[in-house]
Design a protein around this ligand. Structure first.
Ligand code: V55
Ligand code: FE
Length: 494
């Protein structure tokens, strides 16, 4: 599906102060994929929701990656397994192996469509047309760019890393930042303890901590035509702490150029929330945690499947940088003892002390979803670290929620004061809608925006304030007409 719909049917009222675009990306294979491929490899398809004057316009468009164009013209899959060029058709092995399907980040006046196996694609924020691959050009020496770069709002830097940065199954990791003009700074290269899956990271003013999952890539297995990743129950969840800059004040005992590797037990710390620095070389960060392999499509080499009732929660890790490399970190503190994913904070406070985390959760004793992370999450939580209180939003029966995106009420509003926008999927009803929640009353939405079709699950999304976008116009047209009440042809889904 590609297309545009203007003025989506909306129940409730969208505040006129909300002016910007919610961008999200889905995995949406254009041609039937290789039957053995994994769900992570569908073509990136963007949905954009331009909100202006209380109205919402929507546009959906594929990212025209090299893969997409080649497979579209062949009208069949030419790429085999995820990140395994040995399984691709020989004619496409030199093409960029990116579906650009994981995240959309606006930085340096560019809307970046990201896949961690390659460099960014840049897309037009208004038309969603694909503009170019590798928009930061020759200054970028690595082959890969994370889908989870982090914006440091205090220094106006995008902190980037890439793993397998010198090519397939290499242990090389690059770290650098891009300033607001897209110029690279503070590049450094480090080596991973094994060729690990490094999906996410955290940043503090002085540190970047890379979060390694216990999967392993091996060139021999790739050459044998098998999956890029195999879970390894003998590997621990591992964190690599790296000073962000040469000028970082190092704790006692640290040498210039050093980085340290810390680990816990075997588990999957899927996505990170916030991070901050404590006194005397302490770094704290939060993450979701599944106590097993949350990607059963990448089993270990012996084929062992994860426990169907694997426990999941949201935890706080404490890294003591005074401990030598190779140390074990202490058991994390459980912040929310429910299956949780997609933690997000008010990113105006990224790197610093912050009170709130927003996340998808499975609210026990309500319908839908499941008892664990594999069955979908039926609500949102907004947790205060200060009061230790959690507020819950239950999306209704037959409702699965996607990543919560925070929109500050104004650029200078207090932390957490604003709105949350979130896609809700109703599989039985075969529909989707956006909910807009005012954080003053988290339990119920102020507006529900009806999509005219069911869309696939989002991987990640972000809000881009209109002040950052080059044109103030709507994606479809500029809406100036007054609100017309719905005539009742469509019923609200919740
Ligand atoms: C993730 C998703 C990806 C990927 C690697 O959610 C990790 C984690 C949608 O693609 O390539
Ligand atoms: Fe992610």
């Amino acid at each position: 599906m590609e297309g545009e719909v203007s003025d989506l049917v909306t129940f409730g009222d969208i505040p006129a102060a909300i002016d910007g675009t919610f961008y999200r990306v889905m995995c949406d294979p254009f041609v039937p994929p290789d039957p053995n491929n994994v769900p992570l490899d569908g073509d990136g398809n963007v949905s954009a929701f331009r909100i202006l004057n209380g109205h919402v316009d929507m546009k959906i468009k594929y990212i025209e990656t090299e893969r997409y164009k080649l497979e579209r013209s062949a009208n069949k899959a030419l790429f085999g397994l995820y990140r395994n060029p040995f399984t691709h058709h020989p004619c496409v092995r030199s093409a960029v192996d990116s579906t650009a399907n994981t995240n959309l980040v606006y930085w340096a006046n560019r809307l970046l469509a990201l896949k961690e196996s390659a460099l960014p694609y840049e897309i037009d924020p208004d038309t969603l047309e694909t503009l170019r691959y590798d928009p930061f050009g020759s200054q970028i020496k690595a082959k890969t760019f994370t889908a989870h770069p982090k914006i440091d709002p205090y220094t106006s830097e995008l902190v980037v890393f890439g793993y397998e940065a010198k090519g397939l199954a290499t242990k090389d990791i690059v770290i650098y930042s891009l300033d607001k003009d897209g110029k690279k700074h503070d590049e450094q290269w480090i080596e991973s303890p094994w060729c690990a899956f490094i999906h996410d990271c955290v940043i503090t003013p002085n540190w970047i901590v890379l979060v390694l999952w216990p999967f392993e890539a091996k060139l021999e297995r790739l050459k044998a035509g098998k999956h890029h990743w195999a879970w390894n129950y003998d590997l621990p969840a591992t964190f690599i702490a790296v000073p962000r800059r040469k000028s970082t004040q190092l704790p006692a005992g640290w040498k210039q150029g050093e980085y340290r590797v810390y680990s816990w037990k075997n588990c999957m710390t899927i996505h990170t929330g916030g991070a901050w620095e404590g006194k005397d070389g302490m770094v704290y960060f939060e993450s979701s945690r599944v106590h097993d392999n949350a990607f059963p499509f990448f089993p270990p080499e012996d084929g062992k499947m994860p426990a169907p009732d694997a426990k999941a929660d949201f935890v706080r890790w404490e890294i003591d940088l005074n401990q030598p490399s190779g140390s074990t970190v202490s058991d994390p503190q459980v912040i929310l003892d429910v299956p949780s994913e997609f933690p997000r904070i008010d990113e105006r406070f990224m790197t610093g002390d912050h009170e709130f985390v927003l996340l998808n959760v499975f609210i026990p004793d309500r319908s839908d979803g499941g008892k664990n992370i594999f069955h979908g999450l039926n609500g949102l939580a907004m947790h205060s670290h200060k009061s230790n209180q959690t507020r819950w939003f239950y999306a209704g029966d037959d409702s699965l929620v996607q990543e919560p995106i925070f929109i500050p009420r104004t650029s200078s509003a207090p932390e957490g004061d604003g709105w949350v926008i979130c896609m809700v999927e109703q599989r039985a009803a075969n529909g989707c809608h956006l909910v807009i929640i005012d954080t003053k009353e988290f339990e119920k939405p102020i507006a529900i925006v009806q999509l005219p079709l069911h869309v696939k699950a989002q991987v990640h999304g972000n809000w881009v304030d209109a002040s950052l976008l080059s044109r103030k116009a709507s994606l479809v047209r500029t809406i100036t007409k007054p609100v017309i009440s719905n005539q009742g042809a469509l019923m609200p889904l919740v």
